[in-house]
Write a protein that binds this ligand. Structure first.
Ligand code: 8IG
Length: 269
């Protein structure tokens, strides 16, 4: 159940108005949501129009997770497009509700975006994807039991992470592999049995974000490009226990590679 705060879309519209007024833009064309390990890669995405703390805009809270940033940056890309960069996000396990989780996506839609790039840090099921490997999301399995949709809103989920955007990403880095992302609620990492289950179900990546935002994005008509950074081998695939500081370290080491990827993407989107 996702009890409807009647004002979820109204708050996104309010945030959209605040964003336009604050940065003097009349529309945003692209939104980037940066997950674990990605916020250090936000430099050089384009020319900075302005930035603020996320919590300065209606409906947003400061991210609480170490390894995430907490700002909204508005930039102009090399192609002259206006983009919003969210350097952190709200997760379902923070217990602010599903509408809070997808508020950035809804705000981006309200301000005119047609493309959202959703990134995350995650666990990998494929032993050949070493920590530090970025992977295109080809599809997802939402195991949270939650949905950002309210009532009888039947949204088609056939091509959530559209092939054309994945192909565009491969013009930047032809070596990008792709896989199915499985979203768990968290915040605990999976047991080895849960990771085996995710693999049997067809998953390649396990994490705690992205799917719900992708659903909200499709509801709003946005194209979605999803990219996971494998920061660790999933539990049981890795012989050693998972530690959040190792996850952060993997993100730090991958930062130059992610910066090149994101800058390249900003140049073609
Ligand atoms: I970073 O191994 C990161 N986030 N569920 N499992 C889940 N989320 C994650 C993982 C992981 N690594």
């Amino acid at each position: 159940m996702n009890p409807r705060p009647a004002n979820a879309f109204a708050v996104a519209a309010e945030a959209s108005g605040a964003l336009k007024a604050r940065f003097g833009v009349d529309r945003i064309e692209i939104a980037f949501v940066l997950g674990s390990g990605w916020s250090a890669a936000a430099e050089n995405l384009g020319e900075l129009v302005g930035q603020c703390q996320l919590s300065e805009l209606p409906g947003f809270a400061q991210p609480v997770v170490a390894g995430h940033g907490g700002d909204l940056r508005v930039i102009r890309t090399a192609r002259g497009k206006t983009a919003a960069v969210f350097t952190g996000r709200t997760h379902l396990y923070e217990e602010r509700g599903v509408d809070a989780v997808v508020h950035g996506v809804r705000t981006a839609a309200a301000v005119g975006a047609s493309v959202v790039v959703l990134t995350n840090g995650c666990g990998g099921l494929r032993p050949d994807w070493a920590p530090g490997t970025p992977v295109l999301i080809s599809d997802h399995i939402n195991l949270t039991g939650a949905s950002p949709l309210h009532g009888a809103t039947f949204v088609d989920m056939t091509n959530v992470y559209g092939q054309p955007l994945r192909e565009l990403a491969r013009t930047v880095d032809p070596s990008l592999p792709e896989g199915v992302y499985v979203q768990f609620r968290g915040p605990q990492y999976e047991t080895p049995a849960e990771v085996r289950m995710a693999g049997i179900l067809g998953g390649d990546l396990v994490g705690m974000s992205t799917s719900l935002e992708a659903i909200a994005a499709r509801e709003a008509g946005l194209e979605v490009l999803g990219i996971s950074l494998v920061t660790n081998l999933a539990a049981g695939i890795s012989p050693t226990p998972l530690r959040h500081d190792e996850v952060i370290e993997a993100g730090r080491l991958a930062a130059p590679k992610l910066r090149t990827l994101l800058t390249g993407l900003a140049g073609v989107l």
